[in-house]
Each structure stands twice: as C-alpha cells, then as structure tokens.
Design a binder for this molecule. Structure first.
Ligand code: MN
Length: 485
C-alpha cells in the first residue's frame, strides 16, 4: 500500500485559493477513485435494478455492512445510481488514505495539525448539469428512506458547507436532512459550528447560504468530523489527508465553495425565523431522534455531474459509527497523551455506539494512574459515559479481551469510579436531558504484581504453525478408518 505523502503547509491565508486550474488535471481523489479500488478488489456488490428506495435499499446495505460496499445502478424510478457502505470498518478508512490501521489516529492527528488549503477552480464536473427551476428533490435525486420509523426519505451523507457570514471562512459538517417538500429540507443543527454561523445570520435577519455536497472521497467525509475550532475549515484537513489540495468551485446561486469533483451539490439557504417539524430519524445510539420543530433549508439549485452517483449512509449503521469513531478517538488520544504519556491507544467501542464507551490501553508504571486517566477522559468529551483502562497485553479492538481484563484484573469495591450528575449525551435515553452518571473501571494489573500471577497463558507456536503441512489432505478417509473400529 502506498503511503500518502503530506504536502507542506501553505502558510498564509492570503495566498490560498489563488491557483487557477482547469478541472480534471491531476485532480484530487474523488468518490470514484475509491469505488474503482473497491470494485477491483471484490468489495463492491452490485444490486439488480428496481430496488425500492423506501426501506429495501437500506435493508440490502445493512445486510452487507460488514462485508462490502453496494452499488444500486438504477433504484426504482431513478436512473441515478446510489452507493452505500463505502467504508465498513476502520481498516477501509485507513486504506482510503493510504495508511496502516495502526497509524490511522496519528495520521488523522497529523492532518489536523498540518492542513492543506484548497484551491479554487473555474469549472467543475459537479456543475456539468445545473437545475435552477422546477426543483423537485425526490424526482431529481434517488433519496432513500432508511430506518423503519424515519419520517421519510433523508439525505444522510451530504457535507453541509456553510460560510461565516462575516468572514467567508467555511465550515464543513454532516447533518441529517429530511426531505420536507419539493425544494425544502428539514435539518438538525446541534450547537456547534453551523449553528454558530446560522445564529449570526439569523440575528441579522438573514438566511445562511449553504451547500449540501453528496458523493466525495472518504477523506473528505472523515475530515468533516474532525473536532476542531470554529473557523477551522475542515476541507483543509481533507486536503492534508489526501496529500492534494481539494479543488473547489463557487456555487451557481451563492458564495459557497464546493468540491469540484463531488457528484452532486444542493445549493440553498437556511431560512431565518422558520422552523418546521423534522424527525423521527434513526440515530447512532440505535434509537430514534425525536420529531421537533427545526431549521429549514430552501433549495435554490441542484448541480451534478453528467452521470452522478448518490451516496447514502444508513443512520446508526456501521458507516455512520465508523465515521464518528475515528476523529473522536484521535482527539481523545491527543487529549489524554498531553497529560498521560503512558496512554498508548484508545478505542470507542461498537457496543458503546462508538461514542459513550472508551477503552484505553496504557503502559502502566504507577499504581493509581488509571484513575487519573479515567478522570482525564471524562473531561475530554461529555459524551463519554464509561472508561475501561487496560494493560498493553489487551487487544482493545476485541470486546472479549476488554471484558476478560475486567473479569480478571478488576475489583468493583477498589477499582470502580462513579461520578453522578455529570453532563452526558442527550441522545442517551437513560439521562435526564443529558445529565447522568459516569463510570470508570481500572482493569489494569498492579505494578508490583508477581509476574506469574498475571502472565497470560499461551501455546507456543500457535501463531505460526503451518496447517497445510500439519493436516492430512484426506481428513474424511482417515477419520472414517479410525471411527469404523
Ligand atoms: Mn467546524
């Protein structure tokens, strides 16, 4: 696998966006680059035509979410193909940016620190076709309904790009987008960066110009989830991950710049002082986010490639979980290592919805330090509800290993830390509007323990025994002979 080389950081804000270039020359990798790779390596299943966009498409994707991406060449009523499961585990994500899975978090941290500004281009494949009148989202685009009780079709894999109304700096994030009408989208905007920009616009009585970008390289999607400051443009992190500045083009109906090699762009405005019902929608905790009055996007244009591909992510599915997991782990690892150099790796476990439960691997040299690490982790992100600290000989990718450490290296009266009444995730249904308890488990062995007491058993040769040499080619015959007696 080729390691992506990171270009050096472009220093000043004034020399960015200045390079004119025709679209298509030495372009940065796009969704198709990645899909071609999946197809060439037998990881892109292709559905028959006529799959229903309501439930059925998501059902097929869900069944294959641990094994392959799925391309739906012509879902029922549409000629535009849909793709889902473009990454099914962290290994695929690592591969998409050219690193070993063990280096994924450090590579992501490196990209956050050494960003690569994008460049603006004059023309772009994503504007090959432009619709500005008679917009009808469900007629123009194959937008699926995913989880059973979702309120209807949702655009789930779109990068929402917004501009700071005062400075023009861009923010990239992903929001669930309900199709509320032919040219109206209901959107959930949590109190983060898009919210900050929208509040600025709304207070001035103005709409916030935005674009929804569908069908980009996994690096762009991953970058959108980076936990960085407001006014840190995530597309620069995407550039660093790709080792190539992302080419951006100005929207046709507003000032937002969008990736030139995306598949589809929906241009629009989040309307001031307008709220309409949105939800329910199946979310990462494996429950439905409730229906409530939320912001509305007025769609002004849809642009796309001549033959676009629509990317969709099923809420709460593997793609959704993996996507949220990696940037959060990278941030948590950096946060912990600042205070605790003994911390070697972290994992937000699947069972903990890749948000609530953290496993920390440490090289322990001081008793008591795991409890400090637990407290540090809770301070690092309010979503965290449970932290388990384990030793270096525990594989934190394997939930059974973590449970084994708790079973054999943890005593509840001594190694358990509980903090009540702290802020947690509002999407955790056991909290009181987000207020809940934190639990930390020190499942590490004591520093002074006799080596044999906590020495893991092991069969010598297990890892590299040559089974082809050691096993008979006539298993059935030999077994029959012995069993006949
Ligand atoms: Mn941001």
């Amino acid at each position: 696998m080729e390691q992506t080389k990171v270009s050096s950081k472009v220093s000043s804000r004034s020399d960015r966006h200045g390079v004119p270039s025709g679209a298509g020359h030495n372009a940065s990798p796009d969704l198709r680059t990645w899909l071609r790779k999946l197809s060439a390596t037998d990881r892109l299943a292709v559905a028959r035509s006529g799959v229903s966009l309501i439930d059925q498409l998501a059902a097929i994707g869900k069944r294959l979410e641990h094994t392959s991406a799925v391309l739906f060449p012509s879902p029922k009523g549409h000629s535009i193909p849909v793709v889902s499961n473009i990454f099914t585990n962290r290994g695929w994500v690592a591969e998409s940016i050219g690193v070993h899975p063990n280096d994924l978090l450090t590579r992501f941290q490196d990209a956050v620190r050494n960003r690569l500004p994008w460049v603006e281009v004059e023309s772009a494949p994503v504007q090959d076709v432009v619709h500005t009148s008679n917009i009808d989202l469900l007629k123009l685009l194959p937008i699926p309904k995913h989880n059973e009780l979702d309120s209807g079709p949702y655009i789930t894999a779109a990068l929402l790009i917004a501009r700071n109304p005062k400075t023009g700096v861009q923010n990239v994030s992903i929001h669930r987008c309900q199709v509320s009408g032919p040219d109206r989208i209901g959107v959930l905007i949590l109190p983060r960066h898009t919210r900050h920009y929208f509040d600025m616009a709304e207070q001035a009585g103005q709409a916030l110009e935005i674009a929804l970008v569908i069908g980009v390289h996994p690096a762009c999607i991953l970058a959108s989830q980076a936990i960085v400051a407001v006014d840190d443009d995530e597309m620069e992190i995407a550039g660093a991950l790709l080792g190539h500045p992302v080419e951006m083009v100005k929207c046709r109906t507003n000032q937002v710049r969008v990736p030139a090699h995306a598949e589809i762009v929906i241009e629009g405005r989040i309307l001031p002082r307008v709220r309409e019902p949105e939800g329910p929608f199946g979310e990462f905790p494996q429950y439905y986010g409730p229906r409530a009055n939320r912001e509305v996007i007025q769609v002004d244009a849809i642009t796309h490639r001549a033959k676009p591909i629509f990317h969709t992510i099923t809420g709460g599915g593997m793609e959704h979980l993996v996507l949220g997991e990696i940037p959060r782990e990278a941030t948590m690892l950096e946060h912990l290592q600042r205070s605790f150099p003994s911390v070697r790796d972290v994992r937000l476990t699947r069972g903990g919805t890749c948000r609530y439960h953290l496993a920390v691997k440490m090289d322990k040299t001081n008793n008591g330090e795991p409890k400090n690490i637990i407290m540090g982790a809770f301070a690092g992100h309010y979503d965290l509800k449970q932290v388990v600290v384990v030793d270096m000989d525990v594989d934190i990718d394997d939930p059974n290993e973590i449970e084994w450490a708790v079973a054999t290296r943890f005593q509840a009266d001594r190694d358990l830390l509980v903090v009540s009444g702290a802020l947690g995730s509002k999407l955790d249904p056991t909290t009181d509007n987000g207020i809940g308890a934190k639990m930390g488990l020190d499942a590490t062995k004591p520093v002074e323990a006799e080596p044999m007491v906590f020495k893991r058993i092991h069969v010598r040769g297990e890892e590299d025994v040559d089974l082809v040499q050691c096993l008979s080619d006539d298993a059935e015959g030999v077994a029959a002979q012995i069993l006949s007696g």
